[in-house]
Design a protein around this ligand. Structure first.
Ligand code: NAI
Ligand code: MG
Length: 352
């Protein structure tokens, strides 16, 4: 188990230390941890946000555990030197095309959701978002028409192999959950979505144990707020997934609790090569104060054990310990509590 640990900037190193503590306590067999510089610290030490030695380390590893990048001191730099380029560079270089964002309501936190507590209580879903295609990657331009008006356009496309591979990720994820997959598209008006739907249905033949449904994206946005408990696993394209995954995560409450995985083709002995990170950024406003909630980082490590190393039992152990700590009232400042970074790490550790 070779893991590239990339703490990054701001609160990144602080929360990563707690995740490492938890991993160390699990006594994993043959685990090798490498640590590399990325983001603003990469720029300061090596002149680049994604130094070649860090990229090499990430390529050689079975999984990447990523803290956060972003440093206000780098704001004036040219775009390609900014810390945030590191995460984009890693996604591209490692071919990470599937973004997994679980959103689960932790008992005791229902009041912190933007939704009514009785509705929030039901949230336990996973969004599988395609990350490498769609309208974000098509030809784009602002051109001037013959009559002088300016027109912006972005070309939206999906090739069937791009849909097929993300569909497989969605079905496999659903198999590991409650066995229900909802494919979200806009097939009533978009040809890309019609192809998406056709391919997802075709792939479903290989997963007779998964119940497949389809939903238009506008309805999905409404249903996520009206009755999120109806969703188990959702698979969708890059644009729709960008919006729906942000929406779903905020239904849960704090940004300090939400983990994510970005997966590529199967490249390891156990499962899929992936990059695991909290959904939040480097939080420069609280960096160095010891107030950052490390739970999202710890839960990202759990996702890594599940998806890259097939260690479901260890992943569940970590997730249960976090849920237990929250239920016992261990809350960081982001949840209106007083527990600091190290204390939260210790409390999770004590419940492993
Ligand atoms: P942010 O997520 O870093 O912070 C937003 C707010 O949430 C802040 O008030 C922060 O204190 C709080 N917060 C975030 N994580 C927390 C945690 N674990 N515990 C307690 N409170 C937490 O987003 P912001 O402020 O927009 O961006 C800061 C920097 O992070 C920027 O440079 C941005 O580009 C970068 N960023 C990096 C990401 C990544 O590495 N994947 C993702 C998002 C932003
Ligand atoms: Mg987004």
């Amino acid at each position: 188990m070779k893991i590239a640990v990339l703490p990054g900037d701001g609160i990144g190193p602080e929360i990563m230390a707690e995740a490492r503590k938890v991993l160390a306590a699990l006594d994993l067999p043959g685990v090798i941890l490498w640590e590399g510089d990325v983001g603003g610290i990469g720029y300061r030490r090596h002149g680049q946000p994604l130094p070649p030695e860090t990229l090499e380390m990430a390529r050689a590893a079975d999984a990447v555990l990523f803290g956060a990048v972003g440093d206000p001191a780098c704001d004036g730099l040219e775009r390609h030197l900014r810390p945030e380029q590191a995460i984009l560079g890693l996604r591209t270089a490692l071919g990470l095309f599937a973004n997994l964002r679980p959103a689960t309501m932790f008992p005791g936190l229902e009041d912190l959701s933007g939704l009514r507590p009785e509705i929030a209580r039901e949230i336990d879903l996973l969004i599988v978002r395609e990350l490498n295609g769609d309208v974000y990657f098509g030809e784009k331009a602002i051109r001037t028409l013959d009559d002088g008006r300016r027109q912006g356009f972005d070309f939206m496309s999906y090739a069937e192999d791009e849909v097929r591979r993300i569909a497989h990720v969605g079905f496999r994820a659903a198999q590991g959950r409650k066995g229900r997959l909802c494919s979200v598209d806009k097939a009533n008006v978009l040809e890309t979505s019609q192809l998406w739907r056709d391919v997802v249905i075709e792939v479903s033949a290989e997963y007779p144990d998964v119940e497949l449904t389809h939903m238009y994206v506008d309805n999905a946005a409404m249903q996520l707020v009206r009755n999120p408990g109806q969703f188990d696993t959702v698979v969708t394209g890059n644009l729709f997934g960008d919006i729906l995954s942000d929406q779903a995560s905020m239904c849960v409450g704090s940004i300090g609790l939400l983990a994510s995985a970005s997966l590529g083709e199967s490249q390891t002995e156990f499962g899929t090569k992936g990059l695991y990170e909290p959904i939040h950024g480097s939080a420069p406003d609280i960096a160095g104060t010891g107030k950052a909630n490390p739970m999202a980082m710890i839960l990202s490590a759990a996702m890594m054990l599940r998806h890259s190393f097939g260690r479901e039992a260890d992943a569940t152990r970590i997730e249960t310990a976090v849920a237990q700590a929250l239920a016992d009232g261990v809350k960081g400042a982001d949840l209106g509590g007083g527990a600091g970074t190290v204390e939260i790490g210790d409390e999770v550790l004590a419940r492993l």
